[in-house]
Design a protein around this ligand. Sequence first.
Ligand code: FAD
Length: 417
Amino acid sequence: MSDSTDVLIVGAGPVGMLLALAMAQKGASVRVLEREDHIIDSPRAAVYFPSTLLILDELGILPELEEIGFRNRNFGTHIPEFDYHSVVVTEPIEGIKYDYQLHAGQDDVARVAMEHAQKLGVEVLFGHEVHGYEEYDDRILVMTTGPGGEKTYEARWLVGCDGARSTVRKLAEIEFEGHTWPERFVATNVKFPFRELGYEQANFVCDPVNMAVIAQLDRDGLWRCTYMEDSSLPEETYEERIHQRYEWFMQGRKDYEIVSSSPYMLHQRAAETLHKGRILLAGDAAHATNPCGGLGLTSGVWTGMVLADVLGAVLRGEEEAEILDRFSDERRRIFWEVVTPAATENKRMLQEQDMEQRKIDLAHIKALDTNPESGALLMLFAYKVIGDVLRPNSRWADADPSDRVAINIKDRKGQIH
Ligand SMILES: Cc1cc2nc3c(=O)[nH]c(=O)nc-3n(C[C@H](O)[C@H](O)[C@H](O)COP(=O)(O)OP(=O)(O)OC[C@H]3O[C@@H](n4cnc5c(N)ncnc54)[C@H](O)[C@@H]3O)c2cc1C
């Protein structure tokens, strides 16, 4: 068995790696166990709001990610059936450092965070699949399997950042409360000049059949096109249907190149607790939302950052372990009261079938076009996922700008409504 660490993190996804970096920066010894032999690069999160930029900046990795990705200030809404296109441009807001969204792959976020964490002594072990644990009063033993055989690691705390299907959560017999949506999403990365067809760098396409979220991923012409399909269609043949679905989004053009694709089930679920004994949960392992509006990683990473601060304080003896229960309650509240209503409303609007309701949605979006505060509201909403950071001297004590900005975000129920 290897030497013991303060924390074992399961999962080298973006939340696991940002958590590792944040904890290492405050002096904790951290080891990360990852099942795959590399950071997963399937098409997922791509757009980061100012509330996430604040984290990347504080952790010292924003400049590097800006070299890889790019800044975007334009958000398009398209309702082709009504021949309607609009664009909301984000504006600088007094009291907020960032007036843009960053576009970059979540694998880039995880990789850059990992490289910084490794420089601080964090050990990242790929090819280590966690399959069991034994818990004691003062420590926890974690068992892994992989090409190197069976191994056991010891730590004071175990954090599951191992995604929506979290093994850690299942081993701890923590229920994943909520529901799974009936639809399947298909996320595709594709090279195609979407701007030539009037798309902005980030877009909602509202349509009962062809709803989609389309966003530019890099400066070399790679885009994300995520659309919905009926989950009664066989999942194994989803790739055969991509060309047929592209007909509509690319308006018959064939000059595209599919780079990668992946089908996804969508969840609206949160763990019944994020703290049980010596086990904690963050990221999708703690709560998973449908991705409409990009609130998944946006909220999951804040769960990770609040955890990094409170767990660090417990390790240093500044806080009792009881704060971990308050962490769990607060992050569940944010998920059910902030994230879920907004993501659910975004999803509804994107795929709305009822013609009367679609006309109401259209009128609402048109009104936003003429509202000078629209851009600011779009940017500010994501700060609501920060919530109570639980400690007056938290690293994140000044992160929520609600009291500093003139626009009231406290009463906002959604990103664009
Ligand atoms: C199509 C799509 C688009 C999205 N777009 C956005 C967006 O624009 N903005 C946004 O905020 N969110 C978005 N999301 C959500 C976002 O992708 C997730 O919230 C994010 O991946 C969660 O990160 P994570 O680190 O918690 O988990 P994951 O990224 O799922 O990482 C979990 C890691 O744990 C590892 N693992 C699993 N089990 C084990 C085990 N037993 N032992 C060891 N390792 C294990 C996995 O291999 C993986 O590397 C999107 C999601 C989808 C599906």
